[in-house]
Design a protein around this ligand. Structure first.
Ligand code: MLT
Ligand code: MN
Ligand code: ZN
Length: 305
């Protein structure tokens, strides 16, 4: 299995256009050891030619331009992006669908019923796309059962519901429903190798812990280091868990969770918010991660499982 990180940043990216926080200011002025990051998306393939895109970020145009395996190969219109899986209906995960409107076929989009509802009401991207390429919606199972994507035959996908948050515009923001957010296990049938992808993860429920234990590689929520990170940065009082993100530090945090997994499991944080000190490669927080065998995803990272 091949995995390509298209964007490792959270909503807003790094640096964020209007943010003057400690990280954004320093990266803009070349005063920080670290990398800029676009917004949250990965692509997965078994053959390196036909890719499932996970999320369509507002930065998709530059992400695909930088991703040679997605470029057209045959005919006057072509793409390596074969289907799209949406983890939730957040703006940073869906807005890029508008940039795919030139598709010569309806977009094959795999998402939950809750996400479909958001994208046909509060943020009606699906309705809008009907006037361009159109959408073929495929409803995802929420109980961990397998689905496949025709044409990407050596991969099996298992999706389950997560405790995280629907977007601020969604009627479900304060009224959670199964399928507002999902985690996905991608398994390569021929090798049995497994990726677990969950960029928005608020709670380690038993089915999440089991998926993590069974995976060879994790790409999981790395949004915030601290629960009150936004408040400490003087930005707003929103807490990490109010936004559906489990912070890395502290009891029951993501570091502790990942520490309980086998040493051979590749553990990678993704969807990193621009306030997070782990973006600074010289920070003590980043050194703690490195010492614990935890990596931080960056744009262009390629993983072969
Ligand atoms: C999130 O992951 O919490 C959201 O994407 C935040 C946002 O809308 O920017
Ligand atoms: Mn997000
Ligand atoms: Zn910032």
């Amino acid at each position: 299995m091949k995995i390509r990180v298209l964007g490792a940043g959270a909503g807003g990216g790094f640096p964020q256009w209007n943010c003057n926080c400690h990280n954004c200011r320093r990266i803009r002025h070349g005063e920080m050891q670290g990398k800029k990051r676009t917004q949250s998306s990965i692509a997965v393939s078994s053959d390196g030619r036909r890719w499932a895109l996970f999320n369509a970020s507002p930065d998709i145009r530059s992400q695909l331009e930088a991703f040679q395996d997605s470029w057209p190969r045959e005919g006057v219109r072509d793409t390596g992006i074969h289907a799209i899986v949406l983890i939730d209906s957040q703006i940073d995960h869906t807005t890029g669908l508008l940039m795919l409107r030139e598709s010569t076929k309806p977009l094959d989009i795999y998402c939950s019923e809750m996400v479909r509802q958001d994208l046909t009401s509060g943020f009606p991207l699906f309705n809008m796309l009907q006037h361009y390429c159109g959408v073929n919606h495929h409803e995802l199972p929420l109980d961990g059962s397998a689905f496949s994507i025709p044409g990407i035959d050596d991969l099996r996908f298992h999706s389950h519901s997560l405790k995280s948050k629907a977007p601020p515009y969604s009627p479900h923001r304060h009224d959670p429903h199964d399928g507002d957010n999902i985690g996905v296990v991608v398994e390569q049938v021929s090798t049995g190798r497994k990726l677990y992808y969950a960029p928005g993860l608020g709670e380690i429920e038993p089915h999440v812990a089991a998926a993590m234990q069974a995976a060879d590689c994790l790409l999981v929520d790395g949004t915030f280091w601290q629960h009150d990170e936004m408040g400490r940065a003087g930005i707003c009082e929103k807490l990490a868990l109010d936004m559906g993100h489990l912070p890395q530090s502290g009891p029951g945090g993501m570091m502790e969770t990942l520490g309980g997994l086998p040493a051979a499991t590749r553990k990678i944080l993704i969807h990193i918010n621009n306030t997070n000190p782990i973006l600074d490669e010289a920070s003590s927080e980043r050194q703690q991660l490195t010492a614990a065998g935890i990596e931080v995803a960056y744009d262009g990272l390629e993983i072969t499982l």
